[in-house]
Design a binder for this molecule. Structure first.
Ligand code: AMP
Length: 584
């Protein structure tokens, strides 16, 4: 048997341990939990606590609980716990020893060697302290590797052609962004930038403040000085934040949070995802500055990036995905669980050192996006046939996502829900999976448009369960459909996507009213413009245009496809967009 070397992600908020078995990297869990909180505590009754029990104690007894010790690694600071003084290495060693025990229980044999990850910005002193922590825990640290490098290894980037990846890592307490370069199978961090005091905790804090303001407004009592109540608010805020990643709103309810004149007071407040995103947008803006800085520092531009990897539990927030994809103009990779990816990558490095073969990590993902048809109003016009995606392609399954839609008119009592699979921005160009009617819709108050909550549950068997519900009238409809499901590698997904793009856009569309769209002759036409041309063709096919409209539309399409400079191309595309808005 080859020697066992484990991979460890020793994180600020959470830690995990992984190993490559039969060529496949996997996390070693404790009681089905794949990550443990990086928290150490001491209790008079129970003695030393590590992980979840220590975190549970934090709410009740913060003085005897230590969190985020990673921030002190390499410093001289001592923390006192259980009547003794400890260095940061010694506290970290508690966490490492717990991980070692978890590994030994899973594997049924001793574990003595490890690869441990650290942030790319860690100094030599911090790396040395991490090594010492391992030794105190009884682990020989055979290598210290950078967290972004580990993420790149987990995604198998060392097997791919030379490329540049941006690794965006937003965890519980820290944010890092790194540029990782792959050349000849060697993965190296080229530049790194970050904020050691920005993470999910800051989002929780803003949300807890929001709840406290709502509580104060209702009961004229602020909880700011009530440490225990604030700790409970923090916990409720984190749970609400996690829910808002998949659902359009979240309730924060805490009973008996405080007392006033001997009367118990409860918290009961609601927040929508839109409100939450507004509340926290300044935090995310700081991450954009870091992305810009890391590119400037390394004299690179967005065009030099080939891949973007999302790492850290907080990247599950949809606003992060949107921000990163808008900034980089790339579709980020997020299919490997963002809070496991670093430990899995450390295990890959460990296997390489041990001379074990490693195959790439396979995850079950949705190979295509799933959504519904919607319409919107632009400048008084209704634009129909818009594809609203609920589950993006490459999302790990099983997954549940919910979104609220409102009707176009206040007196509208029914909605036809059309469920599509595909990537085109025009709904009808995608594959229609099913459609159904939900009726008996009621507005929340007179003059308002009724709303419908659409929920998608995609299960491991590839069944998509769609439900539509009106929260006011209680009206509800469900359907289940078979969506295409696959166990695909990232390269298979990319191939499937390219094929889909070709299927959608390269077919010859020639009829007397339409124009032929020839991909090969017009490489500069992007997907957006292709979609515009396709919409124009659909209108021309419909036969409802006047002769003048038909001529104008055909003229614009011709100008776009024959434009010999970018500015003419842009002007005509904009004109076509305006005309489509009017006509549709
Ligand atoms: P990490 O340090 O990578 O384990 O990330 C921990 C942070 O991720 C904590 O602040 C969690 O609240 C946050 N987190 C985990 N899951 C989600 C989620 N689904 N949506 C938003 N934040 C999440």
């Amino acid at each position: 048997m080859s020697e066992i070397i484990v991979g460890i992600d020793l994180g600020t908020t959470n830690s995990a341990i992984a190993i490559v078995q039969d060529g496949v990297p996997r996390i070693l869990p404790k009681n089905d939990q794949k990550i443990i909180p990086s928290v150490v505590g001491y209790s008079k009754q129970a003695g030393w606590l590590v992980g979840r029990p220590a975190l549970n104690q934090y709410t009740l007894d913060p003085e005897n609980t230590v969190r985020s010790i990673k921030r002190d690694m390499g410093s001289d600071r001592r923390v006192s716990l259980g009547g003794r003084e400890f260095t940061a290495q010694e506290i970290s060693a508690f966490i490492l020893r717990e991980l070692k025990t978890i590994a030994e229980e899973n594997l049924g044999q001793p574990v003595t060697k490890a690869v441990i990850t650290v942030p790319a910005y860690f100094t030599n002193a911090q790396r040395q302290a991490t090594k010492e922590a391992g030794e105190i825990a009884g682990l020989e640290v055979v290598r210290i590797i950078n967290e972004p490098t580990a993420a790149a290894l987990a995604y198998g980037l060392d097997h791919e052609d030379d490329q540049m990846a941006l690794v965006y890592d937003l965890g519980g307490g820290t944010f890092d962004v790194s540029l990782v370069e792959m050349t000849g199978g060697v993965v190296e961090v080229r530049a790194s930038h970050g904020d050691t005091h920005l993470g999910g905790d800051d989002f929780d804090e803003l949300l807890a403040d929001y709840a406290n303001t709502a509580f104060d407004k209702k009961h004229q009592l602020s909880l700011k000085d009530n440490r225990l109540a604030m700790a409970r608010l923090d916990r409720a805020a984190e749970a609400a934040k996690v829910r808002l990643s998949d659902f359009p709103d979240a309730h924060m309810r805490e009973e008996y949070l405080a007392e006033k004149n001997a009367i118990p007071l409860h918290l009961d407040t609601k927040i929508t995802r839109i409100e939450f995103e507004e509340l926290t947008k300044k935090l995310l803006a700081r991450t954009t500055e870091s992305m810009q800085k890391v590119l400037t520092d390394s004299e690179l531009s967005i065009d030099d990036l080939d891949r973007v990897l999302l790492v850290g539990g907080s990247t599950r927030m949809p606003a992060v995905w949107d921000l990163v994809s808008d900034f980089t103009k790339l579709e980020p990779d997020a299919e490997i669980n963002p809070d496991e990816v670093v430990a899995l990558g450390a295990a890959v490095q460990a296997a390489i050192i041990a001379g074990q073969p490693v195959s790439s990590i396979l995850v079950d993902v949705t190979p295509y996006s799933l959504g519904v048809e919607s319409a919107t109003r632009v400048g008084g016009h209704i634009v129909p046939d818009i594809y609203s995606v609920l589950i993006r392609r490459n999302t790990t399954i099983p997954v549940t996502k919910e979104q609220v839609f409102s009707t176009l008119h206040p007196d509208q009592e029914s909605v036809q829900v059309k469920v599509y699979q595909g990537e085109a921005p025009i709904a009808s160009v995608n594959t229609l999976l099913n459609e159904f009617l939900i009726d008996n819709l009621k507005p929340a108050s007179k003059g308002q448009c009724p709303t419908v909550n659409i929920r998608f549950d995609f299960d491991v068997n590839g069944m998509l369960h769609v439900s539509a519900a009106d929260p006011i009238s209680g009206s509800k409809k469900n359907v289940s459909v078979h969506a295409t499901q696959a166990r695909l590698t990232p390269s298979e997904i990319a191939a499937a996507r390219d094929q889909l793009n070709m299927d959608m856009f390269s077919e010859e569309e020639s009829d007397e009213d339409g124009l032929e769209i020839d991909d090969n002759a017009l490489p500069e036409i992007d997907d957006e413009t292709r979609a515009l041309l396709r919409r124009a063709n659909i209108l021309l096919d419909g036969g409802k245009l006047t002769e003048e409209q038909t001529n104008k539309l055909q003229e614009l399409m011709k100008k776009i496809t024959e434009a010999d400079n970018q500015s003419e191309f842009d002007t005509c595309s904009e004109e076509l967009l305006d005309m489509l808005f009017d006509l549709e």
